[in-house]
Write a protein that binds this ligand. Structure first.
Ligand SMILES: Cc1cc2nc3c(=O)[nH]c(=O)nc-3n(C[C@H](O)[C@H](O)[C@H](O)COP(=O)(O)OP(=O)(O)OC[C@H]3O[C@@H](n4cnc5c(N)ncnc54)[C@H](O)[C@@H]3O)c2cc1C
Length: 360
């Protein structure tokens, strides 16, 4: 397997549980802050039930992951690990069109028995700390939420190692077909052979597959995020993560001091971080047309910056995310999860395991 982000590690763990032997190769194994990685930078927001579609592959993958994550977390926690997570998501409506879209989605989901609900401005005003007063309403999804990807990555790594994972800290430079097997050439000069090859190397996936004749271009979309500490411990009564114009505020009372939150993430095509995008992120909650800070959000805008980080999402070019394909017998690509790789890791791993089991 090439690439040990959340998607690659999830699949490795599942294959080991099925009794397969797995060799995982990644130059950034066990690095605390891997450069360019999406998984180490992710906020871990899980948006399965608020998704704008109601059918098709993307919907099915989301619903499957929504079923699998609680089982996975329970299995990982049985070994005594604590995996921080929070239940619930509140998407605020910043304009009339967004409000109407939310109301249609709530009605459609309720017909299916999915408990989305609309929250009016009066309900929003009761929330502490205060949310943007200009919000026209909100969509509350009690069953979506967030998990902290860092501890989950560590738990998957530890479980996979304990189950016999063979791992090489190395970069793959070339893939080659040799008879019925695959040969993987690494920067160190080492080579590995296997009957199955899985490519989950983020943006590098497209480049590695190109020399096998498969054109699956992927492009980076950078995201910046912040950890902030509020001046005073708030009496949080939000129903989970709060989202405003696509940007998330994630309460993290579980972090040291009990008054931290995560804010993110920017959406910047390419690999270069823009100071302007970061400044917009810091003004979370301002109306699109207003350059001034919203007074009720003073608690947020005066918060102390604890940490600033960034990472790259991998977006497939000219095809929908994610890319889950068997390109040739024994060659799987499980990549291009763009903005939802944390959510979709379990369903993607399940898909890949099924391909490998069927092809044995
Ligand atoms: C700021 C930010 C916030 C996000 N928030 C969310 C969120 O709230 N919810 C959500 O679901 N998703 C979120 N995402 C998206 C999510 O992080 C990604 O979709 C997911 O992490 C993709 O996982 P991956 O394992 O495919 O890729 P990555 O985590 O990028 O891992 C790819 C791995 O491949 C390795 N690699 C690269 N080249 C080679 C090579 N030549 N040889 C071997 N290995 C190689 C890299 O070292 C890396 O470890 C966010 C992303 C960012 C950047």
């Amino acid at each position: 397997m090439v690439g040990a982000g959340l998607v690659g590690l999830s699949l490795a763990w599942q294959l080991l549980l099925w009794g397969r032997s797995v060799q995982l190769i990644d130059p950034q194994l066990e690095q605390a802050d891997p450069a360019h990685s999406g998984s180490a930078a992710a906020l871990g927001v899980l948006m399965a039930q608020v998704f704008h579609r109601s059918s098709g592959r993307a919907w099915r993958l989301r619903q499957r992951s929504h079923q699998l994550w609680p089982l996975w977390l329970a299995a990982l926690e049985r070994r005594g690990r604590r995996l921080p997570r929070r239940q619930g998501l509140l998407q605020l409506a910043s304009c009339q069109a967004e409000l109407e879209h939310q109301q249609r989605l709530v009605a459609e989901r309720q017909r299916r028995g999915i408990p989305l609900e609309h929250w009016g401005p009066d309900q929003l005003k009761r929330l502490q700390p205060a949310l943007p007063a200009v919000a026209l309403g909100g969509l509350h999804s009690p069953n979506d939420g967030q998990l902290d990807p860092g501890p989950v990555l560590q738990a998957l790594w530890a479980e996979a190692r304990a189950s016999g994972l063979q791992a090489s800290r190395d970069a793959v430079v070339q893939l080659e077909r040799r008879g019925r097997d695959w040969q993987v050439h690494c920067r160190s000069g080492n080579r590995h052979s296997a009957a199955w090859l899985v490519v989950s190397a983020g943006v590098a996936s497209g480049l590695l597959l190109e020399n096998l004749g498969h054109l699956l271009p992927m492009e980076p979309v950078l995201g910046q995020a912040l950890e902030l500490e509020l001046a005073a411990a708030p009496h949080w009564n939000w129903p989970g993560v709060c989202q405003w114009r696509g940007l998330n505020l994630v309460p993290r009372p579980d972090l040291p001091g009990g008054r931290r939150l995560w804010l993110g993430a920017t959406l910047e095509p390419g690999s270069q971080a823009s100071p302007g995008a970061l400044a917009d992120l810091r003004r979370w909650g301002d109306a699109a047309s207003s350059p001034t800070t919203t007074p009720e959000l003073g608690w947020l805008h005066q918060a102390r910056l604890v940490r600033h980080w960034q990472g790259e999402r991998c977006r497939p070019v000219g095809r929908p995310a994610p890319v889950l394909e068997q390109l040739e017998p024994g060659l799987l690509v499980v990549s291009g999860h763009y903005r939802n790789g944390v959510l979709l890791a379990p369903a993607s791993a399940e898909w890949a395991c099924a391909q490998i089991e069927a092809g044995r």
